[in-house]
Design a protein around this ligand. Structure first.
Ligand code: PXL
Length: 277
């Protein structure tokens, strides 16, 4: 029998090793039972001869617009994740294409830099992202660095700081069309024994916490987290429940992480849901 599964759209970059980017997003969608649809914004190729530095090539803005046109003409999409954009021109075209329609949920993973990249690369994209895409987002999932940058805070060192950052970022969202959420991720870098995420909906703060699995950052955690939220929203979950599933999936995926020749391991989405027994 033909069927219409839940549809999850992602606009993100390629990271060819499979650890992060749209590769991680589409695996996450599939694992959670959502049909993945994707438009590519850029191509990242790690350089094994140069300490795995990022080689970055943006996709031409018109080609990004064409992909979004193709995807949205083909399917009735109402939930989208936005991942790495990488340049102000990319931010502009993605904001214009996605902003031309109404989304039940637009999940923004405000990727400013990837593991191993120089923070300086983030600055012009940060400004564009803040001006053009943040106002479209219903859910924003900053990591510690992104939370600090978007909130304009010098230090985020505690759950109280992370909560303050979530409040400041929430104040930049457009709440005129409904409830908006910031899910700020403490990850491995927030001091303390637990990996803590703070969910702020404009009124209530919910803290999600689980014991850290080592102190190393694992590539693809952020992509997988936001993609899992997107898939769950596509399936009809509310944001707090979607965030809980996302945290469980990332936790299981880090426990079962894939080691490789890179200096960092990557998330294994196939480890979720954990096998009983
Ligand atoms: O993890 C952030 C990220 C997102 N998207 C792409 C990436 C990376 C990090 O490497 O390459 C395409």
């Amino acid at each position: 029998m033909p069927s219409t599964p839940p549809l999850a759209f992602v606009v993100a970059g390629s990271e060819a090793t499979g650890g992060a980017g749209i590769q991680a997003d589409l695996k996450t969608f599939q694992q959670l039972g959502a049909y993945g649809v994707g438009a590519l914004t850029c191509i990242v190729s790690f350089d094994p001869a140069n300490d795995w530095a990022h080689r970055f090539v943006p996709v031409e803005p018109q080609v990004i617009a064409d992909q979004i046109e193709a995807a949205t003409a083909t399917h009735d999409l109402d939930v989208v994740k936005v991942g790495m954009l990488g340049t102000p021109a990319t931010v502009d075209v993605v904001a214009a294409s996605l902003g031309a329609r109404t989304w039940r949920h637009l999940v923004l993973d405000p990727v400013l830099i990837c593991k191993g990249q120089e923070p300086g690369a983030a600055l012009d994209t940060d400004t564009a992202l803040r001006e053009k895409v943040l106002p479209l987002a219903t859910v924003v999932t900053p990591n510690l660095f992104e939370a600090r940058t978007l909130a304009g805070m010098e230090h985020v060192l505690s759950i109280a700081d992370l909560t303050e950052a979530a409040r400041r970022i929430h104040a930049q969202l457009d709440t005129s069309a409904g409830r908006r959420y910031v899910v700020a991720k403490g990850g491995a870098e927030l001091p303390g024994p637990d990996a803590v995420d703070v969910v702020f909906d404009g009124e209530e703060v919910t803290v999600l916490s689980s014991p850290k699995i080592g102190e190393e950052r694992v590539s693809g955690s952020g992509c997988t987290f936001a993609a899992a939220i997107t898939a769950e929203l596509a399936k009809g979950a509310d944001v707090p429940d979607a965030a809980r599933v996302a945290k469980d999936m990332v936790t299981a995926g880090i426990e079962a992480r894939v080691t490789a020749r890179t200096p960092f391991a990557t998330v294994w989405q196939g480890a979720y849901p954990p096998v009983e027994g």
